[in-house]
Write a protein that binds this ligand. Structure first.
Ligand code: ADP
Ligand code: MG
Length: 165
């Protein structure tokens, strides 16, 4: 991905399935689909998120994320899903869902999340069985963790886009 998208959005509620059903929490980013016809009314940050959601290929991406979660405002490796959640047909909108590869002490709904999308892992896939989806997510997480170790990508965690506290 060149240039790498820099996204800022509020964390919103999804179906609560990520952690409970699958064991992988995803911090759903607020995509302002309600302003699709009038993007000029959005803030530049909201517009960037909407543009990314509309134009990117559905699939898994890796990057760096920072939640503004009380004491824990670290920048962490992230595996992110963008797409239609084809395994769950009740999801009607394309979602942006970073799984931050870090154990947080508490949830951070409504907080701002900053994310730099660094690269693409694989296209979105539909799984017949939850178990297959879980195996794939685990492999995606391992791949993202490893890939972000390379010097060039590790340096992006120090980007000034991430606020220091
Ligand atoms: P929802 O469907 O509401 O997104 P999830 O089961 O996907 O529910 O859980 C996501 C929520 O869990 C996030 O909004 C965030 O507040 C919290 N959370 C805790 N740890 C993480 C993490 N490592 N990555 C992403 N979200 C996390
Ligand atoms: Mg989620």
């Amino acid at each position: 991905l060149e240039p790498m998208p820099h996204l800022r959005a509020q964390v919103v509620r999804g179906f609560g399935r990520g952690s409970k059903l699958l064991g992988f929490p995803t911090a759903n980013m607020n995509v302002r689909w309600d302003f699709m016809e009038t993007p000029e009314k959005l803030t530049p940050e909201e517009r960037d998120v909407l543009d990314f959601a509309r134009s990117c290929e559905p699939g898994i991406y890796y990057g760096w994320a920072q939640g503004s979660n009380g004491a824990d405002s670290g920048v962490y490796k992230t595996a992110m899903s963008v797409g239609w959640n084809p395994t769950f047909p009740d999801v009607k909108a394309k979602t942006i869902e970073p799984w931050i590869l870090h154990d947080y002490a508490e949830d951070f709904y409504d907080c701002e999340l900053r994310l730099i999308v660094c690269g693409f892992v694989r296209p979105e896939a539909k799984f017949a069985d939850f178990k297959d989806l879980i195996v794939a997510i685990r492999e995606d997480g391992d791949f993202c963790r490893e890939t972000l170790e390379t010097a060039e990508l590790a340096a992006i965690a120090k980007d000034l886009f991430f606020v220091s506290k």
